[in-house]
Design a protein around this ligand. Sequence first.
Ligand SMILES: [Zn+2]
Ligand SMILES: [Zn+2]
Length: 353
Amino acid sequence: MSVTYPQPEATASATGEYRAAVVSAFDRPLAVEHVVPAPLQPGQIRVKVEASGLCHTDIHAAHGDWPVKPAPPFVPGHEGVGIVCELGSGVIEVAHGDRVAMPWLGYACGICDYCVSGRETLCHEQENMGYSIDGAFGEYATAYARYVVRVPDGIDPFDAAPLCCAGVTTYKAVKVAGTRSSDLVAVFGVGGLGHLAIQYAAIAGGRVVAVDLFDEKLELARELGAEFTINAAKEDPVEAIQRLGGVDQAIALAVSPKAFEQAYRSLRRGGTLVFVALPADNEVKLPIFETVLNGITVVGSIVGTRADLREVFELHAAGKTHVTREIRPLDTVNEAMADVEAGRVAARIVFEP
Ligand SMILES: [Zn+2]
Ligand SMILES: [Zn+2]
């Protein structure tokens, strides 16, 4: 494929103010206002943002839902894609004019046991875009050059944005699940993440059962390769999946502990449940007896590494995946968050700054 998306002028004008969506308090809506960029530190780059995906994590960040909270004021956004327009000292990883993705793992130490063994997403020193450091909900963003990933030519930036969290997270989850040809895989939750999980499970050779509460999302799931769909608002997904013989792997993407418990009970013996979604309600109840007797594996999977993201981009550039997304102006950030929370969005919203 030889499509090249136009590279905007790489302006170096981020020394002045620019507009960004700022969380000033957990109980207040975001405000799109002018912010002043800090001078670049060694190893950092400034990026002119072209596209910035809205992930459920951004909503949890803005509300301060999780045990570890960000510190307002901050700018959310960890699905940013844009053009490098300014380089801090010592940057050798990228050049002016490169299109890069700025994922959740914004920084890691690079030298701890996790970092040197390909598990950088477990680094204790990590910084996260749009959470512990400012993210990409703005006209510009600041990132560490070592932790951005170049977006290959031929990928639309509005596709690249969801791929850099929803994509890499579900790609990794399917790797962690260990899906192999002819495995039956249940994907609980067909949203921004789920619609990609279905495709990665199918690419790995799995036959996919998609579970959601909305018929429109299940229709999308079928279009993207799900062989079976179950509306959990209308029938018990556990019974329906056990009628199929149970699944080898279940991937929990819905932000509801109940869906995690249903995913557990839909496994066949020897099955694996992968925890991915992070509900505000942090407890699930799983039985010990059945876990032991049935040889069940329960495993958590957090985003993916830079290497995983390169593979995600390779698959997309090769035409193997489809990103379902809608583009909205960044000024509508609060309405967009409300729509995602109400389940009114087919898959992913991507902001244009
Ligand atoms: Zn995310
Ligand atoms: Zn480290």
